[in-house]
Design a binder for this molecule. Structure first.
Ligand code: SF4
Ligand code: ZN
Length: 314
């Protein structure tokens, strides 16, 4: 028997356990796009003459984020949308996704900037991981502290911020979905890192960083994947060879298990965290923002994290 959409009589293509709704293709699109627009309105209002930079890796999440920005703001003559792709230099992985990012921006007619770790830092992620392995042999504990993704994330974030600022961007869109957000909330709890929790959430310009906008943070990963598939957007075909992230994988498995038995867990976790942030922020001393003594980028120490990491990996 065909299950029908809860909002019309056409066959449903998706069931949302957390809402109890079966939705057809049209109403699934409406629901997902409504969630993204609501998140934008409530947390990151787009203003007249905004320049929206979109971090585009060429995977499903960032591609959906770019498509949504194009759908929502593409007709606004006062708003400029620019996609930025970072080539971390990961053989057999990043080349494919960069090609897909180029195809997508060409298809949508969106400006596209590609920057690489090699041109910015003189070394690739592949170089860094091989150097780091050598270092880890000498300093055993380091291995537990920082996986490749920590290096990659910090170094990528720095280039994105610099490029976004250079083009005059007022917003930097990141394709984090509900699953990513819920995992990060849990991980920060596990690490007991309150300041990071607050920083993770705050979308403030005071930091000297371009405001990071996450329109997909209330949309489950599975729905992003389906939306990407139905719009013929890029999907991850290969996985990154450096992705260790053992703890995140464990948290991901755990949260997926909870979600099956208790639909809506990921939403509750993120909602609870959002409610907690203003209270935590009120009791937290805000670290001063300075400029890194090596590269001049904003940071809350004398040397920024990226420069520390690059020194470490030399
Ligand atoms: Fe970088 Fe980790 Fe992503 Fe690989 S999985 S691209 S190392 S952040
Ligand atoms: Zn620096």
């Amino acid at each position: 028997m065909t299950i029908k959409c809860k909002k019309c009589s056409t066959p449903s293509i998706i069931y949302q356990p957390y809402s109890g709704l079966h939705l057809c293709e049209k109403h699934f699109y409406e629901d997902l796009e409504r969630k993204a627009k609501l998140t934008l309105r409530q947390r990151y209002p787009i203003k007249k003459n905004d320049v929206i930079a979109v971090a585009l890796s060429g995977g499903k999440d960032s591609s959906v984020a770019l498509l949504l920005m194009h759908k929502i703001f593409g007709n606004r003559p006062d708003i400029r949308i620019v996609a930025i792709t970072i080539d971390e230099g990961i053989a057999g992985y990043r080349n494919e996704s960069i090609a897909r990012a180029k195809e997508l921006t060409a298809r949508l007619g969106i400006e596209h900037i590609v920057k690489s770790f090699r041109e910015e830092y003189g070394k690739t992620m592949d170089d860094i991981t091989s150097e780091k392995k050598l270092m880890e042999n000498h300093f055993g504990d380091e291995k537990k502290e920082l996986g490749a993704c920590s290096y990659c994330g910090v170094l990528r974030k720095k280039i994105l911020n610099v490029v976004a600022r250079d083009i005059g961007a007022t917003k930097l869109v990141i394709g984090h979905n509900l699953d990513d957000e819920a995992q990060t909330v849990m991980l920060n709890h596990f690490r007991g890192d309150v300041e990071r929790m607050v920083r993770f959430s705050a979308a403030n310009e005071l930091d000297g960083f371009i405001v990071r906008v996450k329109p997909l943070r209330k949309i489950p990963e599975k729905e992003i994947a389906l939306y990407a598939y139905l719009h013929d957007l890029p999907m991850e075909l290969t996985s990154c060879p450096h992705s260790f992230g053992a703890l995140r994988k464990e948290v991901r498995r755990m949260l997926n298990g909870f979600e099956v038995n208790h639909p809506g867990t990921k939403y509750s976790l993120v909602r609870g965290f959002d409610n907690m942030v203003p209270l935590l922020a009120a009791g937290l001393e805000v670290s001063d923002i300075r400029n890194c003594e090596i590269c001049g980028e904003p940071c809350n120490d004398s040397i920024c994290q990226a420069c520390k990491m690059l020194e470490k990996s030399i």
